[in-house]
Design a protein around this ligand. Sequence first.
Ligand code: ADP
Ligand code: MG
Ligand code: MG
Length: 476
Amino acid sequence: MFSLCSKLEKENVNSLVESTRDLCVSKGILMRKRDGQSPTKTYMCVPCSLLPSPIPKDGFQLLTFLQPHINKLIHDVSQDDEFMSSAFKNVIKVDDFTKRLYDIYKASKAYDKQRLDFGILRCDYMFECVVDKSGKEFFNPKQIEINTIASGGIKLGSGLSSVHSDVLQYAKMKELTAHLPKNESLSRIAHGFFTAWKDYGNPNAIILIIYNENKPNIFDQRAVEYAIYDLDEHITVRRKTCWELIASIALSPDGKLFVDDEEVAIVYFRFGFTADDYTDEKFWDVRLKVEMSRAILCPSIGYQLAGCKKMQEVLAKPDALERFIDDVDVVQKIRNTFAGFYELEMNSDGDNAVRMALTNPDLYVLKPQREGGGNNIYGEDIVTLLSEIGNDERRCAYILMEKICPKPLDNIFVTASGHQKVQAISELGIFGVILARGNDVIENYSADHLMRSKSHEHNDGGIGSGLAVMDSPFLV
Ligand code: ADP
Ligand code: MG
Ligand code: MG
């Protein structure tokens, strides 16, 4: 694996950086600027890499092939009451956020058989680098997590592929643009909305986006909205915060969901994935009402739970995948992408896992059931936390995961105000769309990709948390 930086002429870097910013602005790769915690009404280009980052083509193709199987896996897990209750039984004793989600999941079960489930997933991977005795390097994709709610980067990923194609051309490397895979995630995901909306069967029913006004990535959501309008100008998309919904949402006796007297066909959550979102108790009432309705939920609370970190650990156990997937080859391929998981339940396996983590904390990541970046625990902080918890059930709120070590490659990160040379580690996300009603699958496909990179000095990464930049894959 090589960095494209080696092909850059040094004297061109400044002008390419400038072009990259301008390209981002002209292609709408933008986010809101922040003023402290609050986003302002001024905009800046999203931080991005100057050059795309190399990843193995066969790995990329494999992950694209696997995505529909992962979509179906998440769907089937979400329908399997017994599996879900066994997975979460100890987490919900100690993690109030997961318990509240789980309680709503149980309460909403009555609707699951009739309602269409709509998932927009993003399965994230890093390529672990293994060197054999002869010094040959192998790059194996390892799953970091499966996002099943508010999977972001839908527009930014596809837009940045186009920016990188132009940058390579400006850098006199046009022939290399053939290594950039096409990225149509925005239109492929919009197609999912269109199909779901038609399935609902009322041409006057709206698509409701529930959003968090404190997030700067408004354009990623707006782009989905505009792409839906492109498919059918008669669809109405409304954006509401949870505050606005407290007063305006209503459920009819036959389970129809209304907002300001308009019937809702689809509820698209860009909110509610993390405990911090529920700043008011009434937000939970809104969530329950939505979940008890006949509206198509993107996602249902069952999908959200199936995407929890705990489920990664549970699905990595022997025979867990076989419960849902008949094809042994697919099972093996998915299992090969799993890192090591070590359960922290109150048993001897849990005790062993704690001992391993305390002895070699740098080999692991401790993950709580949270989303959105910045929640994981690394290194000496693992020792501090596990020592403080001691032999207590509170450890069941976390999973212990093997730390993946990709090979860092040179790149240049471009922000609105500067640029810096970094040793970058990349994370590839593959989008997936599924529409299914019980065992009846209506749509199930891979919906292209998103790549993010971070400096190898940072453990966590996320565009939102400011540690990662947008990138795009360069297939080799
Ligand atoms: P979140 O839902 O908050 O995004 P992730 O599981 O994706 O949670 O973790 C956040 C970040 O932490 C990832 O983007 C990645 O950079 C890093 N990370 C997570 N798990 C691992 C791992 N097993 N090995 C190395 N880095 C990891
Ligand atoms: Mg996540
Ligand atoms: Mg993540």
